[in-house]
Design a protein around this ligand. Structure first.
Ligand code: SF4
Length: 490
């Protein structure tokens, strides 16, 4: 963790996309598409392009706008491209782990962009190294890329099927070779991936919100265990592996994905409004105003307000200009914590009984600071309502949360947690309420492991050992460690 990653929200690992144009500048479209996926990763960004014979790439640490200067983009000539934004959960946050991963193969140079987490990475890496494979990075994505390369001589369908047979975990992937653009999703379908059209060409992206800015039209989500292959003959879908237990990460619906994206046919803004509605039904309370934690809590707060009849009121503003910075916070800034990000609207809060709506509680540190801010601004009561069910178990499928002993809901019962964060009352949406808010699919169509501990893809012991460490966390979880600045997501 760098000094700037002490945000108490779960973090998405990555965003991926792929562009195929019959002719033209695919890198430019990838660049604008990546802007729309910036929320899925802000540590590094990269684009790889094919001109039909060579694959070239540019990647660096930083935001999309920082990595791609006009000169860098101009150097990427070709009609096929893949792109990647990264937040690291496996492998250090260093340039050699930035993506796309670049490899030589029997079909020439290839580049691979991966969102997710390979849970049998250690075992596969050992086996591949024993067979003479050399790795340039410590990332699990390179293992997946080199596994693909090993089998490309049998054609793209066979190579992707072999990856799906051997690689366990969550992965939505885009690949560019000199002649092909490929996309595929793991057999449990945990991370999202959608294919569609882009004029006379095609597009693949983690989220539908990436299509609009470049003029693309999303057509359909890839199914679990499905691949899409694009070349000059068109776009074709093929099954790489039968569907396995699991399904889309419920957290994509609650928080990670952008509210203007559509998943399972549902606009996420609407799903989040329904989460607020169901939260009001499950946890009603008498109060004067419903206040969202901006920005992610806004749709749910509107839903809560609509069902409860209690007025919606903004209670704080969020700085638009604080996000990851490369300037170390000093002691004074650390003490300011959440105030760096949120400014209370004292006139709206003073003397009010507040229902505070937010999406999730991980360690509880941020919620505790926001509740304190509400009381300091004159609120009489603060009733916290959360659209994610209690997070009691760590995620091994590409989301950076915390180990079990750091998770507030695993360490404390409801009453203890209320006392810890200092609120008047606390209510979480149930798993059933969250799933119902998303649409008509049943619980079996989602990964719910961080809520119920039922991991759809068995997790090797070497990963669970640390994450399930039962030793109590040292010190007060609310303390801000030296070198850390508590920020909400940007
Ligand atoms: S464990 Fe939780 S965060 Fe991880 S994939 Fe499953 S639902 Fe998503």
């Amino acid at each position: 963790m760098t000094p700037f990653e002490c945000d108490d929200r779960p973090k998405e690992e990555c965003g991926v996309l792929g562009i195929y144009l019959p002719e033209g500048d695919a890198a430019r479209s990838a660049f604008f598409g990546l802007f729309a996926l910036q929320h899925r990763g802000q540590e590094s960004a990269g684009i790889a392009v094919s001109d039909g014979s060579r694959v070239r790439y540019h990647k660096d640490m930083g935001l999309v706008s920082q990595v791609f200067t006009p000169e860098a983009l101009a150097s990427l000539k070709g009609n096929m491209a893949i792109g990647h934004t990264r937040y690291s959960t496996t492998g250090a946050s260093v340039l050699r782990n930035a993506q796309p991963v670049f490899c030589q193969s029997v079909v020439g140079e290839i580049a691979v962009a991966h969102n997710g987490n390979v849970i049998n990475a250690q075992e596969l890496r050992k086996e591949m190294e024993a067979n003479g494979e050399h790795f340039d990075s410590t990332s699990d994505s390179e293992i997946l890329a080199r596994m693909l390369v090993r089998h490309l001589d049998r054609g793209p369908e066979a190579a992707v099927s072999e990856v799906m047979r051997r690689v366990r975990g969550a992965y939505s992937v885009t690949v560019v070779t000199p002649k092909l653009l490929i996309g595929f999703r793991d057999p449990s379908g945990i991370r999202p991936l959608t294919a569609g059209r882009l004029g006379e060409g095609y597009m693949i992206a983690s989220e539908t919100c990436a299509f609009g800015p470049v003029g693309g039209v999303p057509e359909r989500e890839l199914e679990a265990g499905e691949m899409v292959i694009v070349d000059k003959t068109g776009m074709r879908f093929a099954r790489g592996h039968e569907k396995e237990p699991g399904g889309m990460c419920l957290f994509e619906f609650i928080y990670f994905a952008r509210p203007d994206s559509t998943m399972h046919g549902t606009l996420l803004y609407s799903a989040r409004e329904r989460m607020g509605e169901n939260l009001a039904l499950e946890h009603p309370v008498e109060a004067d105003i419903v206040v969202p934690v901006p920005d992610s809590g806004i749709p749910a707060a509107l839903g809560y307000s609509r069902v409860s009849g209690i007025p919606f009121r903004e209670g704080m503003t969020k700085s638009r200009y604080i996000h990851r910075t490369f300037i170390a916070p000093d002691q004074r800034m650390r003490e300011m914590g959440v105030r760096m990000k949120l400014t209370p609207l004292v006139e709206h809060l003073a003397g009010q009984r507040v229902i505070l709506v937010d999406d999730s509680i991980v360690r509880g540190t941020t919620t505790k600071q926001i509740v304190k801010l509400m009381f300091e601004s004159g609120a009489k009561e603060v009733h916290v309502r959360i659209t994610a069910p209690p997070i009691e178990f760590p995620c091994f499928y590409g989301i950076d949360m915390a180990s079990r002993n750091e998770l507030a809901a695993a360490r404390m019962n409801l009453k203890e947690l209320e006392a810890y964060i200092g609120c008047t009352s606390l209510g979480y949406l149930s798993i059933e309420g969250a799933v119902k808010s998303v649409g008509t699919r049943g619980k079996e169509n989602f990964c719910l492991a961080c809520f119920n501990g039922k991991y759809p893809i068995p997790v090797p012991e070497n990963l669970t050992k640390d994450a399930f460490d039962t030793a109590p966390p040292s010190g007060d979880a609310s303390a801000i460690a030296p070198g850390q600045l508590v920020l909400l997501d940007s």
